[in-house]
Design a protein. Structure first.
Lengths: 501, 515
């Protein structure tokens, strides 16, 4: 007969699960509503999702207050770890999702939004990402990652075009490969340290002075490959442009922000102690990955003929830029990562939303893709406000001051300077100049060329009030970022520093 | 109001530009002229209440922007920036007043007003990041002006202009971040305030690297040889108003930044690089003068001559003494007035004939006597005839450099005189001889709108050429304090010897104390 397990409920600290549970309950609620009465309008589901996300955000912010007073909270046998990174990660995840989900309220009908499952999957996915960031247990990270990814594959495929199926299958295959790498990496780490918790792995490795360095390097290689896929680092980036092209513009924008911040937080947890342990090989590999990712994707972006693919490459380049913060590994660099991503999410969401409002159902004769540059030609003459908005987002992405991303950019470059990475700082700065070229290309098309006949009927065809509101919010966040930078910087530094990164 | 005059000057045009979206397009021009005139009057008022006897910063304003990272909204002016600000507002006003563009005037005027904000902002900023913000922002309106209203190659020209300057300024940005980091290491606090940076004394090898980083940013803007290749395209394709603002104001940002950043921050490096830069400047004077002689397009002649004279400004700046720097700042104003006027004049003939080729003209002096007169005066000023505005600046710049090196000055001086050849030959081709083309026989002389823009420029050219004191005095007061600061910071024996000690204790510390 088995011994009864005695665990006091208090020691479990079940409240640490609250944010994810709220998202899951939200998803189940949507499914139940559908069971009771089908065929309801999508606006209902959007609002329910928004409502649950709002509560979710509230709980996360509440954890933030607790964190400032008492430090990190653990729960469920130390599986859950709510520290500063977890809280900020969740704020960005939930906040980004809240900006994304109203994009479903298009004025045209789209296939995927007729299914309540779309919204349920969406909330499950958020719960997955939240699990991923709120733990340093490799198994829970894996479970969170897979939950979120599987939901995301389905969301992509629901767009119901042949390219969407292709994208979903491609993403699924690559994702499965990445999951395999992740599992292998975790396995080796467990084999040499006997633990699956990142901080314990770190302390065990430090205690025996990296005696098994060969195994560590193998494990790290697997992990790098896994994150290379998830964060779309060169040379594991090949799926990104195709998947972005196949998904709806709104979902592509979402994919460039939320899954990546979750990935960055795990990467930060994992690579931070490795970078600081003086494993030179890892530093060199990371350095090369960062530089190649930034530079190569910028060059590829220049030759794209489709705006969405250009933005896909640009988001790879931004991810490389931010990965530099993990390489530098100082508190300032980690702060910069969050600052950058918070500002980036506004701008990039705005840019993709601008594509989303001009989504056309059928391609014109001779049109090769959804959003060729010619589509936006002479937009300033036909739709001045839309052109100015899109121009604004492009300038911000290019890092032109005083728009949002500039402040993130200088803070990351400054952290490279203080971290002693002079050459990297210069490379990062010059990459911004490379990037300026392709952002400028769209501006040139919009402001300096004549309109191309045939496309004008697609501009803002999807623009309902809520989409315009989202774009407005993104624009305000981009223009007035300078006001938010100081408070953001203070809070993020506090959170990052107190989490020990 | 007096203590916020700089913020008003910076943001009034931007605010007006925003409201300008609502103004009906037929009234946009009147609106633009009104706003620019108010702005100009405000800047004149600033000049009026400016105290010419104080050498330090005046009308300073400070507000925290990103306090945790040491970025503040910090603006202030001294004798150096005051007149360039007045010049900017003046040129925006006459630029809009003399506008002959008919395509999408409203957009153009809104863009010009935004551009005005960035121009005033650059010259008033005392925080490196604020400076950088305006510096970069000034690219966008210019990009749009060249790209949307320019000639057939406008897109190539505008993108080239943007990418060149943007790349340079990114290197400069890294330099700024390093500077702030060194300040952080020295004091434990982040700061981007120029005035606080002035107190920082860096070892020579740091100075050399940082000087190089800033130099790339500034040199592309000036544009110094061999970074000048974007300018002929930009001028060649830009509409008249774009060329006028570009030549008169935007290029001055680079030379102004030399005086504001490079010299006082890195005195040893400035001395170290003095002769290499002087060599570049002389190459720039000689080479672009030769290229100008070979041009067939009158606008290109003016563009290259404008680059050539920018070389004299750089030479004067790197004389590193009061005469040289004051002279170069005076020459910045003079060059603004003269080359701005020349581009306006080219615009006048282009509006009538839609060509800029000199071979299409000839004998215009008999058809358009008033035009020929004004063009003649401006051309004489451009070649540096005594009693015109350029002469004062060029003379002082050369005098300043004469104290550092006789041979360099001799070469530069000769080059300037030789430079007269291409201007005179261009004038001869256009205005003298017989009227060979049928189309030229009935050309109308300059009309009232054009005269409104041109006559004030002629007056300024001659007035300041004869009596430069009201401008020169405040300039040299402020320059003295910079030179003294440089001397006090200089560490290498060569730098201490090259930079004169003015040993005027009042001027010496006023820069720091006013802060």
């Amino acid at each position: 007969m088995l011994e009864p397990i005695n665990v006091s409920l208090a020691s479990l600290n079940v409240t640490t699960l609250a944010p994810m549970l709220i998202a899951i309950i939200g998803a189940l609620t949507i499914l139940c509503i559908d069971l009771i009465k089908g065929g309801l309008h999508k606006s209902l589901y959007v609002m329910i999702s928004l409502l649950f996300l709002l509560v979710d955000l509230g709980v996360v912010v509440d954890f933030g207050n607790v964190f400032i007073e008492n430090g990190p909270v653990t729960g469920m046998f130390d599986m859950m770890l709510i520290d500063g990174l977890a809280i900020m990660g969740q704020v960005i995840i939930v906040g980004g999702s809240m900006l994304f989900i109203p994009l479903a309220l298009t004025s045209k009908r789209f296939h995927e939004y007729n299914y309540p499952e779309y919204f349920a999957l969406f909330l499950f996915m958020i719960a997955g990402f939240q699990f991923m960031v709120a733990t340093d247990n490799l198994i829970l990270i894996f479970v969170g990652l897979e939950t979120a990814s599987l939901a995301l594959y389905a969301l992509i495929a629901l767009h119901n075009r042949s390219k969407s199926f292709e994208a979903a299958v491609k993403y699924f295959t690559m994702g499965a490969l990445a999951a395999g790498f992740f599992a292998f990496g975790s396995m080796i780490l467990y084999a040499i340290t006997g633990s699956i918790e990142i901080n314990q792995i770190g302390s065990v490795l430090a205690a025996d002075h990296y005696a098994n360095i060969g195994y560590v390097l193998v494990a790290v290689s697997f992990m790098l490959a896994a994150f290379g896929f998830k964060l779309s680092m060169v040379p594991f980036h090949t799926w990104t442009p195709d998947v972005y092209e196949g998904s709806s513009a709104a979902l592509a924008g979402y994919m460039s922000i939320v899954p990546k911040i979750a990935g960055f937080i795990v990467a930060m947890r994992l690579f931070e102690f490795l970078v600081h342990s003086g494993v030179v090989w890892l530093q060199v590999i990371l350095y090369i990955t960062v530089v190649v990712t930034m530079t190569a994707s910028n060059i590829w972006a220049m030759v794209q003929t489709d705006v969405k693919r250009m933005l896909a490459y640009s988001s790879i380049s931004h991810a490389g830029f931010v990965m530099a913060a993990i390489l530098i590994g100082t508190t300032q660099a980690n702060t910069a990562l969050f600052l950058y991503w918070a500002l980036f999410s506004f701008t990039n969401l705005g840019a993709f939303a601008m594509l989303w409002v001009s989504r056309q159902k059928n391609l014109l004769a001779g049109q090769s893709s959804d959003h060729p540059f010619e589509k936006f030609s002479g937009l300033i003459k036909t739709m001045p406000m839309a052109a100015i908005m899109m121009g604004l987002f492009m300038l911000s992405l290019a890092g032109i001051p005083p728009f949002g991303l500039f402040w993130g950019k200088i803070y990351i470059i400054a952290s490279a300077v203080t971290g002693g990475y002079t050459v990297l700082a210069l490379i990062m700065a010059l990459n911004s100049a490379l990037a300026a070229y392709y952002y400028l290309k769209l501006i040139v098309f919009m402001f300096m060329k004549e309109p191309v006949v045939g496309y004008e009927k697609f501009y803002l065809v999807n623009a309902s009030l809520s989409l315009k509101t989202i774009i407005g919010i993104a624009a305000i966040g981009t223009i007035f970022a300078v006001v938010a930078v100081n408070p953001l910087l203070k809070i993020i530094t506090l959170f990052v520093y107190n989490s020990g990164y | 109001m007096q203590e916020h005059i700089l913020s008003i000057l910076i943001f009034f045009p931007a605010l007006a530009a925003m409201l300008g979206f609502i103004v009906h397009k037929d009234s946009a021009r009147a609106y633009g002229i009104t706003v620019a005139a108010i702005e100009f009057l405000l800047s004149l008022w600033l000049w009026n209440i400016y105290d010419p006897m104080t050498s330090g910063m005046q009308f300073m304003e400070k507000a925290p922007l990103v306090a945790a990272f040491g970025i503040n909204y910090l603006v202030g002016i001294d004798g150096i920036s005051l007149f360039i600000i007045v010049l900017s507002t003046f040129f925006t006003m006459i630029g809009i007043a003399s506008l002959t563009e008919t395509r999408r005037v409203k957009d153009l005027i809104i863009t010009l007003l935004f551009l005005e904000m960035t121009m005033v902002g650059v010259f008033a900023a005392l925080d490196a990041i604020v400076f950088y913000v305006f510096w970069e922002l000034s690219l966008i309106p210019m990009l749009y002006i060249i790209g949307a209203w320019g000639g057939p190659l406008r897109i190539y020209a505008s993108v080239k202009f943007f990418l060149y300057t943007f790349t340079g300024s990114l290197v400069m940005l890294v330099g700024m971040l390093f500077m702030a980091y060194f300040y952080y290491q020295a004091t434990g606090q982040w700061s981007f305030s120029l005035l606080e940076w002035y107190r920082l004394i860096l070892p020579l090898n740091f100075q050399l690297w940082l000087f190089a980083a800033f130099f790339i940013g500034f040199a592309i803007k000036v544009p110094m040889f061999p970074f000048h290749t974007w300018l002929p395209y930009a001028h060649g394709q830009a509409p008249t108003i774009g060329s006028v603002i570009l030549a008169a104001i935007l290029l001055k940002m680079g030379t102004y930044a030399f005086v504001r950043f490079s010299l006082p921050l890195f005195p040893d490096a400035s001395v170290f690089f003095m002769f290499p830069i002087a060599t570049l400047a002389i190459i720039m004077i000689v080479y672009t003068a030769m290229v100008a002689y070979a041009q067939e397009d009158i606008k290109q002649v003016v563009a290259y001559s404008s680059v050539s004279h920018m070389g004299v400004i750089v030479l004067g700046t790197f004389a590193l003494n009061v005469e040289g720097i004051s002279g170069s700042i005076f020459l910045m104003i003079a060059h603004g007035v003269v080359s701005g006027a020349l581009f306006l004049l080219v615009g006048v003939i282009y509006d009538r004939r839609h060509t800029k080729l000199m071979s299409e003209f000839g004998g215009l002096a008999s058809v358009m006597p008033r035009y020929a007169t004004i063009f003649g005066i401006m051309m004489m000023a451009s070649v540096g005839l005594p009693l015109t505005i350029n002469f004062v600046g060029e003379f002082l710049s050369l005098l300043g450099f004469y104290k550092q090196s006789h041979s360099f000055t001799l070469v530069a001086g000769t080059a300037i005189i030789v430079g007269a050849i291409y201007m005179l030959s261009a004038y001869k081709k256009m205005f003298f001889g017989n009227v060979t083309k049928e189309e030229n026989k009935n050309l109308k002389d300059v009309n009232r709108t054009e005269l409104i823009a041109l006559v004030p420029l002629v007056i300024i050219t001659i007035w300041l050429g004869v009596y430069p004191k009201p401008i020169l005095e405040p300039i040299s007061n402020s320059v003295e304090s910079i030179v003294q600061l440089m001397h006090d910071k200089a560490q290498t024996p060569e730098a201490q010897a090259r930079i004169p000690n003015l040993s005027n204790p009042v001027a010496k510390n006023s820069q720091q104390e006013t802060y």
